[in-house]
Design a protein around this ligand. Structure first.
Ligand code: DX5
Ligand code: ZN
Length: 215
């Protein structure tokens, strides 16, 4: 069970200090948005490269961008240890996953709430993680979509049948109130933005989430 706090809810004027606040987490989740794939704009490759240099924990890049075929390998090249792209945006997900892995990063596919998993099940042969979105991508602080739990179960079942060390990540509205149902459905990597950065102690929030996920 791994916790990946999203810095989308961090203070963008103090990102190095905000990364230090989550040093007890497994990953730092970085939401890259291009204002085309989603109606919001965050940060890009130069900033991510700077974050890699100062982060006490590995970066988990979540690319909510058009044309990931062109841009995603660069995030692996600057040192992100996990790079997630959306299947809805990728022209050649097999080639893209291979390009990411060839640079030594974990490759991962993300699926929006309205996107079924079944058409992409063959990609399990090429990836290290599947991200099931539990909100519409674009913004932090949205309400958790419990109706995505059947998809988490479906992905976990497919991973079990496929074999190998493939993780199942959930992202969006994950909190102390919702993490247990995610774990029960088969998720093992949990992204939480507002639930961690909105807490007085990020470390306490991370520990609470971890304890609930393993329970
Ligand atoms: C949403 C992002 C999430 C977001 C989660 O598009 O992918 O990573 O930061 O934020 P919370 O945990 O507040 O829903
Ligand atoms: Zn995300």
């Amino acid at each position: 069970m791994q916790i990946s706090p999203s810095i989308l809810s961090a203070d963008f004027a103090n990102l190095q200090a905000e990364l230090d606040r989550i040093s007890t987490a497994d990953w730092a989740h970085v939401d890259v948005m291009d204002n085309h794939f989603v109606p919001n704009l965050t940060l890009g490759l130069p900033v991510v490269e700077a974050l890699v240099a100062v982060s006490p924990i590995p970066l988990d890049a979540h690319l909510m961008i058009e044309d990931p075929d062109r841009w995603a390998p660069g995030y692996a090249e600057v040192g992100c240890r996990s790079v997630t792209f959306h299947v809805e945006a990728a022209a050649d997900p097999v080639a893209l996953a291979r390009a990411i892995r060839s640079v030594g990063a974990r490759a991962s596919i993300a699926i929006k709430p309205g996107t079924p998993f079944a058409p992409y099940a063959d990609l399990l042969a090429e990836v290290d993680m599947v991200l099931v979105m539990t909100v519409e991508p674009g913004f932090g602080g949205q309400a958790f979509m419990a109706d995505q739990m059947p998809k988490v179960r479906e992905v976990r079942d497919a991973v079990r049948r496929h074999g190998g060390d493939i993780w199942v990540q959930v992202d969006g509205g994950v909190s102390a109130a919702t993490i247990e149902q995610c774990a029960e459905a088969g998720a093992d990597v949990f992204v939480a933005g507002s639930a961690v950065y909105g807490a007085a102690s990020a470390a306490d929030a991370i520990e609470e989430l971890r304890a609930l996920a393993v329970a």
